[in-house]
Design a protein around this ligand. Structure first.
Ligand code: MG
Length: 296
């Protein structure tokens, strides 16, 4: 299933996207027992969602996606987005070579996952404008990433149980003001600017992803392929990320985890190819979706 949050003249609610025929099934009508916001839906649990969806007709409750606006699947996460830094070798190499980094020892391959967060208020949806004008250092960069959405919560999640705690996957662009990120030491400020976290369009459930490690991720700027990798190139894989976080932090349904970005970010070019007004940025993950935003 491909869950989306959408809005039309009747307001905001949750639906099932069917990209093959370009419609969204309005779950508030197809399965009226379900909550109409994504966080409550996820908290309900996959089995209860499936039971409530059982028998849905689909035909008279589908809306052409031209008549609705698809928002970020979780328009306002309940807390910060968990993120992994330095999780692809080729990205570490390009950052180390960049003139933006003063201390080369800061970009060694980490022994443990590098974890930081983005503020929930920076989430925007597909098609929304990335407000690069808020970055007065003119160093706005993209980072295409696979995001994991937690389903069943828990602390101390064991490696063998990780997959039972995943509600689904979506696409995330960890947009970053590089100069702000670096000059403040801690990454939070440069990565939490309003609108600097495009997310979506859909949360795709694991049954539609036979092998998450084999997914191909690409980021394009104005059609130019900048990033191209497969998820298996991650240094710390999804089970390691989730067991590391949950060892000490209770993960909740609806938590968003960004798993890191490969090489090809703007700061890796000489000179850097930072985003500018009017650029179109698309992050594509085969089988998960394409997230496109314009830079404003
Ligand atoms: Mg990132």
């Amino acid at each position: 299933m491909r869950f989306v949050t959408f809005e039309d003249v009747k307001g905001q609610r949750v639906g099932l996207h069917q990209p093959d025929n370009g419609v969204v099934i309005d779950l508030s009508r197809a399965a009226p027992r379900l909550p109409t916001d994504m966080l409550s839906l996820i908290a309900l649990g996959s089995d209860n969602i499936a039971a409530a969806c059982n028998g849905q007709s689909g035909a008279d409750v589908s809306l052409p996606d031209s008549e609705i606006r698809i928002l970020a699947p979780i328009p306002l996460p309940a807390r910060n987005i968990f993120c992994v830094g330095k999780n692809y070798h080729d990205h570490i190499d390009e950052v180390r070579a960049s003139s933006f980094v003063k201390s080369k020892t800061d970009v060694d391959v980490p022994d443990y996952p590098v974890l930081f967060t983005k503020a929930p208020s920076c989430v925007i949806g597909p098609g929304d404008t990335i407000p690069a004008h808020l970055d007065d250092t003119d160093s706005t960069d993209y980072e295409g990433e696979l995001a994991v959405i937690i389903g069943k919560g828990g602390r101390g999640i064991a490696d063998k149980d990780v997959w039972n705690h995943i509600f689904g996957y979506t696409v995330l662009n960890d947009v970053t003001a590089r100069t702000i990120q670096i000059r403040h030491g801690q990454w939070f400020l440069g990565k939490s600017i309003d609108g600097f976290c495009p997310l979506g369009p859909a949360i795709v459930t694991p049954d539609e992803i036979p092998d998450v490690q084999s997914l191909r991720l690409r980021t394009l700027v104005n059609g130019d392929v900048r990033q191209d990798t497969v998820v298996s190139n991650m240094i710390f894989d999804i089970p390691t990320i989730i067991t590391t976080l949950s060892r000490t932090i209770h993960l909740n349904p609806g938590d968003v985890i960004a798993t890191g970005t490969p090489s090809g970010v703007a700061m890796g070019f000489n000179p850097p190819k930072f985003l500018k007004k009017g650029d179109i940025v698309s992050v594509r993950i085969d089988g998960v979706g394409e997230l496109t935003n314009v830079v404003g």
